[in-house]
Design a protein around this ligand. Structure first.
Ligand SMILES: [Cu+2]
Length: 107
């Protein structure tokens, strides 16, 4: 009984710490624009891109070293990624290269 409740308390604390540290910021996509176009976050933050268009699909395509493109996501859908390393992450949209934006990750 005593051992079980210690484990329960430990699990609860771990869960709480994880909730407090993990933060998610949202970038909306509407009218072929990322909003905000420049977002500053702390390392460890997750960014969630939400497609708010009526009918257009978009992707998130990182143009820096080790460039990476997300899947295309439809209106009402989202895609997310965590940023663990400080740096500047420019990105665009695969099908719409005129859409330009940046994520800046600080310590
Ligand atoms: Cu697009």
């Amino acid at each position: 009984m005593g051992r079980n409740s210690s484990i329960a308390v430990l699990w609860g604390l771990t869960f709480f710490a994880g909730q407090a540290l993990a933060q998610t910021m949202e970038v909306g996509i509407k009218d072929y624009k990322f909003e905000p176009a420049e977002l500053k976050i702390k390392a460890g933050t997750t960014v969630k891109w939400v497609n708010n268009e009526k009918r257009t699909t978009h992707s998130v395509l990182f143009t820096g070293p080790g460039g990476f493109e997300s899947e295309r996501f439809f209106p009402g859908e989202s895609w997310q990624r965590a940023f663990d390393k400080p740096g500047v992450y420019p990105y665009t949209c695969g099908p719409h290269p005129e859409m330009k934006a940046t994520i800046i990750v600080t310590e």
